[in-house]
Design a protein around this ligand. Structure first.
Ligand code: BGC
Length: 364
């Protein structure tokens, strides 16, 4: 099913866990473990949802959907954003434990910095990592996410296809952008994309004129648009005075638009550029022929599945898991439920969002 993805992804996730271990010197040896087949808990219990910073539209939508969906399912919803950063998120999770949350769903700002709070949480309930894996802790029971390695692969493939459509033969000049290094997903996206792009860099089809091909060189701290725009300005001045920039790997839509702002400011032609999240402005940009691709990871489906997990836990039912092997967090392999991301370009933009209340009208 997953062709190059499986082994590569497992290795990528293991590598992140190792990085986080050496980077932060943290390692948890808690006593918790999986709760499959647990005996359930009272209806109407509190469910905590700890969301990160509002770094893309998907998180904002998730807040609304969790509030509505958990209340509709009869739970007490306790949904918090941590715009103040890691310590705010740590305090919010501790407060959820104090309020007696039976399930805590965590979209971590930094998945390796919540060990103490997750240990407290594990004594009273079940912990589900949402979208981003929780690293170096025994105290995470499940993971629900879109297949992040696949997201990166799709981005890499789209970049190659877009370049070929513009100019049938290489070499093509490209630059690489990655997400925030504290977000466990960022390296997985990058590794997925590089599994497609690295062989083409090695055979000379793709040239990275800046020479910045490592994850560490490509990262965008905090997933902040201004950081990506500043780096793009520097790259354009440093390496593209007289050369053309044909393509850019961008890990998400916010950063893609930031890079496009930089390119336009420099008076350069628009490169083939990838994205992720199906943000409104990026879908409009694809329709206008600027941004080349995005990824559809329907937040409705992800939140819906996280709520299904909470309902199954409440009822004492065994949870549906479709990946038992790939997500080693440095301490344990976390049973996961993965959803399939979908690539969107101008070719399928009109059909991809059929039924999406916000995006379908834009494509009409
Ligand atoms: C999510 C992406 C999002 C990024 C920045 C990642 O963890 O998976 O969808 O673009 O965070 O918010």
């Amino acid at each position: 099913m997953r062709m190059i993805g499986k082994a590569g992804k497992a290795a990528a996730v293991a590598a992140i866990a190792a990085l986080a271990l050496t980077g932060c010197g943290r390692s948890e040896t808690g006593t918790g473990g999986g709760t499959e087949g647990a005996s359930g808990f009272e209806q109407g219990s509190s469910i905590g949802v700890a969301l990160p910073q509002k770094t893309s539209e998907n998180w904002v939508l998730a807040e609304k959907l969790f509030n509505e969906g958990l209340s509709d399912a009869g739970f007490k919803a306790d949904v918090q954003f941590a715009n103040g950063g890691v310590s705010e998120q740590q305090n919010q999770i501790s407060a959820m434990v104090t309020k007696g949350a039976k399930v805590i769903i965590v979209g971590a700002i930094d998945g390796s910095q919540l060990g103490t709070q997750l240990k407290q949480a594990k004594d009273s309930g079940t912990i589900i990592a949402y979208d981003r894996l929780l690293l170096n802790t025994e105290n995470v029971d499940y993971y629900v996410a879109y297949d992040n390695f696949k997201v990166g692969e799709l981005q890499g493939q789209a970049l190659l296809e877009g370049l070929k459509a513009k100019k049938p033969a290489g070499p093509y000049n490209i630059e690489l952008f990655a997400g925030s290094p504290d977000d466990a997903n960022a390296k997985v996206f990058f590794d997925g994309a590089m599994s497609v792009l690295q062989p083409k860099i090695d055979d000379g089809t793709l040239k990275v004129l800046s020479g910045q091909t490592s994850f560490e060189q490509a990262v965008t701290q905090g997933w902040k648009a201004e950081n990506a725009q500043r780096r793009a300005d520097t790259l354009l001045t440093g390496s593209y005075g007289s050369e053309s920039l044909d393509g850019v790997l961008s890990p998400n839509d916010t950063l893609a638009r930031a890079v496009l702002t930089s390119v336009k400011g420099a008076g350069k032609p628009i490169p083939v550029i990838t994205g992720q999240d199906s943000e409104v402005e990026s879908v409009k940009s694809i329709l206008a022929g600027e941004q080349y691709s995005t990824i559809n990871k329907d937040t409705r489906k992800l939140v819906e599945h996280a709520i299904t997990m909470a309902k199954d836990l409440q009822a004492g039912k065994e949870l549906e898991i479709n990946d038992k092997d790939s997500y080693n967090n440095g301490v344990k392999t976390v049973p996961a439920y993965l959803l399939e991301p979908v690539i969107v370009t101008a070719a399928n933009v009109k059909t991809a969002y059929a039924g999406d209340p916000v995006l379908e009208p834009i494509t009409k």
